[in-house]
Write a protein that binds this ligand. Structure first.
Ligand SMILES: Nc1nc2c(ncn2[C@@H]2O[C@H](COP(=O)(O)OP(=O)(O)OP(=O)(O)O)[C@@H](O)[C@H]2O)c(=O)[nH]1
Length: 315
């Protein structure tokens, strides 16, 4: 044996040790037979399957989460056939039945004519990264939800209303269905604050919101706090008679909540006033004037003595 051979053997030993002591798991697949020529022993520590049990690409595919299997397999085969290096993230099945997120980074070794000769690659355990990504996504979802909620009462806020009403308006224009809105306002709320204090005023707003929450009939109905002591109920696909009945029901729900309001006279209860408007919008109509009509009707209800609903008032 020449000195060169000894050096080469030593080098191979060094490379093998290096490859098998990294956290990344090396592997090689012969393209013609689609069999594993090699897989690093670290695979057993990560997934529990011994290196000898990785015989063919079928073993690799079988040990993949069913939801990932088809697309990962098709993607990797297509890329390999095209001679393109690639990577894929998927859930690999552990022997104990759990799944581990893996990133497989694949290099295509090509024959002189360009056809694939072998695939060599590294599998990386990316579970921790995926967990962090999922936590971030959850936090993002939570933040998004919070940004659409009124901080005090927990019902939808104005921002959400503005977003939903635009969509529902377009839908009503397209479908020719009626859309209704009820604008609700607490009566004598300034006196409530003056009498009980601002903190009690906040509690009162929460109680009113909780009582009104019972009005929502379907996911399309939207109750929101418009600001201050004003709430709005958006009722897509709802005609005038139904909207009117629902507005009265809102007043009734708050009445039944029995919120005392001594600020307007002993023994009195908190009441609401409401303005209602219904329309079948056309392309030419706009949302804001539609809501403004309900708002003006609300002020008519206040003028006429409060604790009532106005649905026409000549407007
Ligand atoms: N506690 C509390 N009060 C608020 C909040 N937002 C608005 N208000 C109060 O709500 C009151 C609204 O008063 P006005 O607009 O005069 O209406 P009102 O006293 O209800 O009288 P009418 O609507 O005419 O029956 C004001 O005193 C505001 O300070 C809030 O978040 N918390």
């Amino acid at each position: 044996m020449s000195i060169e051979d000894i050096i080469r053997e030593d080098d191979i030993g060094v490379y093998k040790t290096l490859l098998e002591s990294t956290r990344a798991i090396p592997w090689k697949i012969d393209w013609e037979t689609l069999r594993f020529a090699y897989i690093g022993p670290q695979i057993e520590e990560l997934l529990g399957w011994a290196p000898q049990s990785w015989a063919t690409v079928q073993d690799w595919a079988d040990r993949m989460h069913p939801e990932d299997r088809a697309w990962v397999f098709d993607f990797c085969v297509a890329q390999s056939q095209a001679g393109v290096d690639h990577e894929a993230d998927y859930r690999a099945l552990r022997k104990d039945g759990e799944y581990v997120w893996i990133r497989d980074v694949v290099h295509v070794v090509r024959n002189p004519d360009g056809s694939p000769n072998a695939l060599i690659g590294f599998m990386f355990d990316i579970s921790e990264r995926k967990r962090t990504e999922e936590r971030l996504l959850d936090m993002q979802r939570e933040l998004e939800e919070l940004s659409f909620k009124d901080g005090l009462t927990g019902v939808a806020n104005r921002r959400r209303f503005d977003m939903i009403v635009e969509n529902e308006w377009r839908e009503a224009v397209a479908s020719g269905q009626a859309i209704s809105v009820v604008v609700l306002d607490i009566d004598f709320f300034k006196q409530y604050n003056d009498h009980y204090g601002h903190l009690e005023g906040d509690e009162c707003l929460k109680r009113v919101a909780a009582a009104l929450a019972g009005i929502v009939r379907s996911p399309r109905d939207l109750l929101c706090r418009f600001g201050g002591e004003e709430f709005v109920l958006l009722l897509p696909g709802t005609d005038e008679a139904t909207a009117m009945a629902l507005a009265w029901r809102c007043l009734d729900l708050v009445d039944k909540a029995l919120i005392p309001h001594a600020g307007v006279g002993a023994g009195k209860r908190l009441t609401l006033s409401a303005g209602v408007h219904t329309t079948v919008p056309t392309e030419r109509d706009e949302v804001l004037p539609f809501i403004a009509v309900a708002d003006r009707r609300l002020y008519l209800a206040k003028e006429r003595g409060r604790a009532r609903v106005v649905a026409d008032g000549g407007l």
